[in-house]
Design a protein around this ligand. Structure first.
Ligand code: SF4
Ligand code: SF4
Length: 335
């Protein structure tokens, strides 16, 4: 069903929906940016279209909704535990095609990568419905077209906004509370980015040769292991665990799952002081190969969706898309 309605009408119905759904969308958080007097665009609960920031790329993706930065999994005492409660409301998330495709990658890792599904991820993920926000034009550093993630049909509702009119494509019957005039329109998908890259085919990548290649050495001096590239990435899914014991009673506490990143110091540290990937170059190699080779070998497509957030966030101006291009060049040089 495709309809158009006024913003006021849309906002009214959104308010009604908020009785049943927690509505989450990118918002601009003033003075919360990295530098003074700057904002940051992040996912927060909203109640109207006016609160949403849909004209810019969000600095962080929607992944923190299903995979929170810090998540209390359960509380424990000496001989029993209690799972942490979660909100009963369903989740309606406004996001772009690349971020819906990124959620598919997280689903692979958390639900299809082994014998068991991740219980805590599933509990949040099964509450989610997507509202697809079209992209009229590409943002800086995006290369979603090259990564084949500029389009999706995995959404419950699609939205396009034109001045004071809202165009909706409603696929989910539970969202048919919006009413308006029937009309024809298409959700905008970016067809071209500001630049394109050639992504190497996995059968052309010699992983052993690439692993030893000198290309990674440049990152030893350039990368400062801040992990920003990991934390803004909608497909990075690594975490660490912390058991926190309360001061009042040290036999009682909580288990938390917390984001971790492969670029950060200590990520591969083991008891006894051994570390698998000591240098920044080795970490860059691991991240790159995970995004465009290892994941692909297991699931049949690339993990990176080309959102460009890692390039946006890197304080050292390290470009991940350039890194993929270098791997491609080396792979092509092979006879
Ligand atoms: S690696 Fe960079 S471009 Fe690829 S999905 Fe992650 S943040 Fe986006
Ligand atoms: S954001 Fe840049 S400097 Fe920071 S860890 Fe990632 S690649 Fe290194």
């Amino acid at each position: 069903m495709k309809i158009k309605l006024s913003k006021e009408n849309f906002n009214e119905k959104l308010k009604t929906l908020s009785n049943e759904y927690k509505i989450l969308a990118p918002v601009s958080l003033e003075y919360m940016g990295t530098f003074s007097d700057t904002d940051v665009v992040r996912y927060k609960e909203v109640s109207s279209l006016d609160e949403m920031e849909l004209n810019r790329k969000s600095n962080f993706s929607a992944k923190e909704i299903v995979f929170p930065i810090t998540q209390i999994l359960f509380y424990f005492t000496e001989n029993e535990f209690k799972e942490s409660d979660i909100d009963d409301k369903k989740l309606l998330i406004f996001l772009r095609a690349c971020d819906i495709n990124a959620m598919k990658r997280l689903d692979e890792i958390y639900l299809k990568n082994g014998i068991d599904e991740d219980y805590y991820y599933k509990k949040l993920r099964e509450k989610v419905k997507f509202v697809l926000v079209g992209c009229r034009e590409s943002f800086r550093n995006c290369f979603c077209v090259s990564m084949d993630s500029n389009k999706t049909d995995n959404y419950s509702m699609g939205i396009k906004i034109d001045d004071n009119e809202v165009f909706l494509e409603i696929k989910d019957k539970d969202l048919k509370i919006f009413n308006g005039e029937k009309c024809e329109f298409e959700i905008d998908f970016v067809k071209e980015n500001l630049f394109n890259i050639e992504v190497p085919q996995i059968d052309k990548i010699n992983s052993k040769e690439i692993s030893k290649h000198e290309m990674w050495q440049e990152y030893n001096s350039r990368c400062i292991a801040c992990g920003r590239c990991n934390f803004v990435c909608p497909t990075c899914s690594c975490f660490t665990m912390q058991d926190v014991f309360y001061k009042e009673n040290e036999k009682v506490g909580e288990r938390r799952r917390i984001w971790a990143g492969c670029q950060v110091d200590g990520f591969t540290s083991m008891a006894g002081g051994h570390e698998f990937r000591k240098t920044k170059g080795e970490r860059m190699r691991f991240k790159t190969m995970h995004k465009i080779y290892d994941f692909n070998k297991r699931f049949g497509y690339n993990m990176c969706v080309g959102c460009g957030r890692c390039d946006d966030a890197c304080p050292q101006y390290i470009s991940f898309s350039k890194c993929i291009e270098k791997v491609n060049e080396i792979s092509k040089e092979r006879k």
